[in-house]
Design a protein. Structure first.
Lengths: 281, 319
């Protein structure tokens, strides 16, 4: 009897069960987001009502207006964008330069240098942040963009990742360009970079999101409010006005939104970038 | 005599022999584009040295000194910082808490991640929607994630207690109970990282050729046996990798603990000390850089041990 069943058909009930489990899991994942979203759209009075309402009775954008006008949130968002973009550009540039050179050239100490760069990847930033802090303090970079992005100017994983891709570029292609009289930098800019667009995009998204979520370093190094990142602003705001939950909820949503939008648009690249970073070690 | 004089050359002019070596080097450099290598890798490596390598070495050195911003000249104190750590109750508490969080999070997160990854493979088309949903917390930074959960934990208005009382279960004080803060942190961490490990395992599962399962089915192996004898062994390297990643990630835990236990108006909550927080506190509140460095070295040592174990296990597997 069993063998007479059509393939794909026999597990209908278990498929249903699987969906049930997955939907239950999805609820666990999504509920906090929905809750914060609805909270941000409620009036201050409704937030503190007991028993709490789930869906707001009157939708209001007052909390968003409050957080964007009273607090310096727009400034924080701008700061976060500047910091994340600068870090991303620097990581992309250094990764291409390092990754391509490691992949396609021979030079003394090549393997030792590569291993050294890779080895730093297993050391978490928290281990040497004290030392980086002293460097930055000697360079007098407190409360500056350069000071904030200082530890994330480079990414060992980025060098490794681009090297893996660059290894697959055929040497004949590079030699053909060389015979045509192209300079090495021209080859890098016009041949190698266009071939590496896919990994660069994944790496760029990853670097941007890492910088956006970077917390402990800005916490240490920023003292002026006008230099706060969104994360830092949200944390301080949350600490100071815990009971003022409407605007905090709005602030949390604002700080999630950019990442969420990028994620929803470039879902595949994003997952690729983040899971590939698993090779970070 | 004049001949001998001619043979004496000024020190700045290269000899015949050294000129030959130099030419050889120039030819070698040209052939291998050493100038290009120097231009590209030079700055990159300099950055790595300046931002990563030197600070790591310096932290190791500081851990043997009493360096602080108050004492300008660091004095070598040997293992004094490490000895002090053994006597420091707040370090001990932080260490125990970190181990507890790591242990609980690794086991729970990875079990659920594996379960979801395995059942995701069973359904074909809609699995991308689930993957997307489960991945949303992963792209959410830790600070907003913790802020969201903090409100859910609120004893009065928090949804968790509301649900508990709906089912007539005793409500909990959560963050205001020093014993429960750690559970709150563990729950947030699981929620935040589940999707990441699920995707890693899902990718690993996708790489197992379908043909193995076909063969097993022909031999009459049921689902359980297929999981036991095909999925698990073939997935073992990636599970091991996930375990290592997770141990390192959770051992570095800081933001959740910091934000969830931040002192706030009208809501006294107890802090859950973790290792990175101790480093942060000693380094940047008390400016005891030497002591903070020693604690950082403990963090590094732990991670190195974990990675070493991984290598051992992998080698054992190959043998």
């Amino acid at each position: 009897m069993i063998s007479s069943r059509a393939p794909g058909k026999p597990f209908d009930l278990s498929i249903l069960l699987i969906h049930a489990v997955l939907i239950l899991g999805s609820l666990f994942i999504l509920f906090p987001f929905l809750w914060i979203l609805f909270t941000s759209l409620k009036s201050g009075e409704e937030i503190l009502r007991l028993p709490p309402t789930i869906i707001p009775e009157n939708f209001t954008l007052a909390n968003f207006v409050a957080v964007l006008t009273i607090q310096q949130f727009p400034r924080f968002i701008l700061n976060s964008f500047i910091i994340s973009s600068l870090s991303m550009l620097s990581v992309l540039l250094t990764s291409v330069l390092g990754g391509y050179t490691f992949a396609k050239f021979n030079f003394p100490l090549k393997n030792a240098l590569f291993v050294l760069i890779l080895a730093t990847a297993i050391v978490p930033f928290e281990v040497y942040m004290v030392s980086v802090y002293l460097t930055v303090s000697r360079l007098k970079l407190f409360d500056s963009y350069l000071g904030i992005i200082f530890p994330i100017l480079i990414m060992s994983f980025g060098v490794f990742f681009i090297r893996q891709y660059a290894l697959s570029i055929p040497n004949q292609l590079l030699d053909a360009a060389r015979i045509d009289g192209a300079s090495e930098f021209w080859i890098l800019a016009r041949v190698v970079v266009p071939l590496c667009v896919t990994p660069l995009l994944a790496l760029g998204i990853f670097a941007f999101s890492e910088a956006w979520a970077f917390f402990i370093w800005p916490l240490i190094i920023i003292n002026t409010k006008s230099m706060f990142t969104v994360e830092l602003g949200l944390m301080t705001f949350h600490k100071k006005f815990y009971m003022d939950h409407g605007p905090i909820a709005a602030g949390a949503i604002i700080s999630i939104l950019p990442m969420l939008i990028v994620f929803l648009i470039l879902r595949k690249r994003f997952i690729q970038g983040v899971t590939l970073s698993g090779m970070k070690m | 005599m004049p001949e001998a004089l001619f043979r004496l050359r000024p020190f700045f002019l290269p000899s015949e022999q050294s000129r030959a070596t130099m030419n050889k080097f120039i030819r070698y450099a040209r052939k291998n584009h050493l100038l290009f290598v120097l231009c590209t890798l030079g700055p990159v490596f300099a950055l790595f040295a300046f931002i990563r390598i030197i600070p790591i070495i310096r932290t190791a050195y500081y851990s043997f000194t009493n360096y602080s911003l108050i004492i300008p000249k660091p004095v070598f104190v040997g293992l004094a910082n490490y000895a002090k750590m053994l006597q420091d109750p707040s370090f001990k508490l932080a260490f125990t808490n970190t181990i507890t969080i790591t242990f609980a999070c690794v086991i729970i997160t990875l079990s659920f991640a594996l379960l979801f990854a395995v059942i995701l493979r069973r359904i074909e088309h809609p699995s991308t929607i689930y993957e997307m949903i489960y991945f949303i917390p992963v792209v959410t930074p830790w600070v907003p994630a913790t802020v969201i959960w903090r409100w859910l934990y609120d004893p009065m208005f928090g949804m968790i207690n509301q649900v508990l009382s709906l089912f007539r279960l005793p409500t909990q004080s959560w963050l205001q109970n020093p014993d429960q803060v750690i559970y709150a942190i563990i729950l947030v961490s699981i929620w935040k990282t589940l999707g990441y490990y699920m995707i890693i395992f899902a990718v690993g599962l996708r790489n197992i050729p379908e043909i193995y399962y076909d063969a097993a089915r022909i031999d009459g192996a049921n689902r359980g046996k297929q999981f036991r004898f095909i999925t698990l062994p073939l997935l073992k390297p990636i599970v091991l990798f996930g375990v290592i990643m997770a141990i390192i990630q959770f051992f570095n835990i800081f933001t959740v603990s910091y934000v969830i236990s931040s002192d706030a108006q009208g809501s006294p909550s107890y802090e859950c000390k973790v290792l990175v927080w101790e480093i942060y506190r000693n380094g940047f509140h008390y400016y005891k850089m030497g002591y903070a460095s020693a604690e950082a070295m403990v963090l590094l040592a732990f991670i190195l041990v974990v990675i070493l174990i991984q290598f051992k296990v992998v080698r054992y597997d190959i043998e």
